[in-house]
Design a protein around this ligand. Structure first.
Ligand code: TRP
Length: 469
């Protein structure tokens, strides 16, 4: 059995630094001014995130009983903050929810947009937890000149249909438009959060200055507090709680996202304990960007139709785009290619296969054959075309089933239904307090209260060394 993940694209050093922020993603350039691949380890280092490593993946499999998604095994979701803590929560059956979002700047998604979303759906299936899905129609109108709020609202509704077509479980999923939903406890959280954040804390992280409109300056508070359980009183109880509460605020949160969104959530993690009802620092898991057709220095972008495969593309359009525009790591001539071999690491068709070819062994063989020159560029492209056409066609078939009623059912604020871990492990009995161990020592009350609820037999179980299952 092949457990070894196929090699990911290599990233050479850059002469000019890459620039990554929530509004643009640009690879660095080398000494000749050529764009080089985005260096993800460098971002992780710069922003002090943790890299997803084998130990984390092993623990994931042990705790959930699921083999990690190919995108985790292949390093496409490569970085995190406190994902291990979420595993601990899951292990003990403690509550948490998933939160992710999309900025509706156009009416249809491209393939790159769907990656973090498909991954979120997988997490929802594995963990069996609620998901809140934010459509930031407010953000896009504030940040993009020429977009009216009516436009972004409309795009958001169209995007919601795409999101539903990815297969999220309706009973566990609440999709909302900021322009329609933000009010009540959500808005109270946003105002309270905004009071904790001085301008000089966001200006650097988001590139604001004195001329930035004040809506932009407030918006991060909105995107942040969407990670607080108290922002959604309807999903936890029916009727919804009239006031925010300490108990609901404690429900943990995991946010899957493209790495460019991390600045928002650093801000959230820096301030979540300072709210009147403190919340844990939300855990984050970060993806790389789906490479633009032109090559690994940029990401797919809606504003450049030739850079992206759209979820509305026909099979023919997909074929033409790959054949015409997908950057190739093949050689100039057939003879040269046969003799010297191609470079799969920079080949966009190969990179797409790393996303969509599930079979590790098959992928490894493609990598090797291409590198040896035994596989030609045309053959490699054909493999990518086939897989992408299949992915997009299946998506379109599901999209056609999303009626107005289906859309309304996901967007209605309501109590969600989920089960979480079917076999939670009792918590180990708390160690006698040593006083020094910072965080652990600070939470004895909670641990005691929970321990008090165990039966004798459960206590015994809890004292046994952890089993692997
Ligand atoms: N700002 C994001 C965008 O422009 C949308 C978004 C809101 C989001 N909340 C999120 C993305 C949480 C990831 C996770 O697309």
């Amino acid at each position: 059995m092949a457990t070894e993940a196929p090699p990911a694209a290599a990233a050479p050093a850059a002469a000019q630094d890459q620039d990554i922020n929530p509004w643009s993603v640009q690879g660095g350039t080398d000494a000749n001014g050529e764009i080089v691949a985005i260096n993800y380890e460098a971002i992780s280092k710069k922003w002090a995130t943790s890299l997803v490593d084998d130990a984390l993946l092993e623990r994931f499999e042990r705790v959930t009983g699921h083999k990690p998604h190919i995108w985790l095994r292949r390093g496409l979701f490569f970085s995190h903050r406190d994902f291990d803590r979420i595993l601990t929560r899951y292990e003990h059956g403690d509550p948490f929810f998933l939160y992710t979002g999309r900025g509706p700047s156009t009416g249809s998604l491209h393939l790159g947009h769907t990656i973090p979303l498909q991954f979120t759906k997988w997490l929802q299936d594995v963990f069996d937890v609620p998901l809140v899905f934010m459509l930031t129609d407010d953000e896009k109108a504030l940040f993009k000149d020429g977009l009216a709020f009516e436009d972004t609202l409309k795009y958001g509704m169209e995007n919601a249909r795409d999101i539903i077509a990815l297969g999220f479980d309706q009973k566990k999923t609440f999709i909302y438009s900021d322009l329609k939903y933000v009010g009540g406890h959500f808005l109270m959280n946003a105002w309270e959060f905004s009071r904790l954040v001085p301008f000089n804390q966001v200006r650097g992280a988001f590139g604001f200055n004195e001329s930035s409109n004040v809506g932009k300056i407030f918006f991060p508070a909105v995107q942040c507090v969407a990670g607080f359980a108290t922002s959604y009183p309807e999903i936890w109880s029916d009727p919804p709680a009239e006031e925010r509460s300490k108990e609901i605020a404690k429900i943990d949160c995991l946010i899957p996202m493209g790495i460019d969104q991390d600045p928002y959530f650093r801000l959230l993690r820096d301030n979540s304990h300072r709210m009147r009802y403190p919340s844990p620092k939300p855990a984050l898991i970060h993806s790389k960007f789906l490479t633009a057709l032109q090559g690994p220095g940029g990401k797919m972008s809606s504003s450049n139709p030739n850079s992206a495969i759209f979820m509305t593309d026909t099979p023919k359009q997909i074929k033409t785009k790959i054949n015409k525009h997908a950057f190739s790591g093949g050689r100039e001539t057939l003879e040269e290619h046969r003799e010297l071999g191609g470079n799969p690491d920079i080949d966009v068709s190969y990179i797409y296969l790393t996303y969509f070819e599930e079979d590790d062994e098959k992928l490894k063989k493609i990598y090797d054959d291409y590198k040896k020159g035994e596989m030609l560029t045309g053959e490699l492209k054909k493999l990518a075309v086939d897989l992408l056409q299949k992915n997009v066609e299946e998506f379109q078939a599901r999209r056609a089933l999303v009626t107005d009623e289906v859309l309304a059912s996901y967007m209605k604020p309501r109590k969600l239904e989920w089960a979480g871990n079917p076999n939670p492990k009792p918590k180990p009995a708390p160690e006698p307090k040593k006083g020094k161990e910072g965080k652990e020592a600070k939470e004895p009350k909670e641990a005691k209260a929970k321990e008090g609820k165990l039966t004798k037999a459960e206590k015994k179980l809890a004292q046994r060394p952890k089993e692997d299952n």
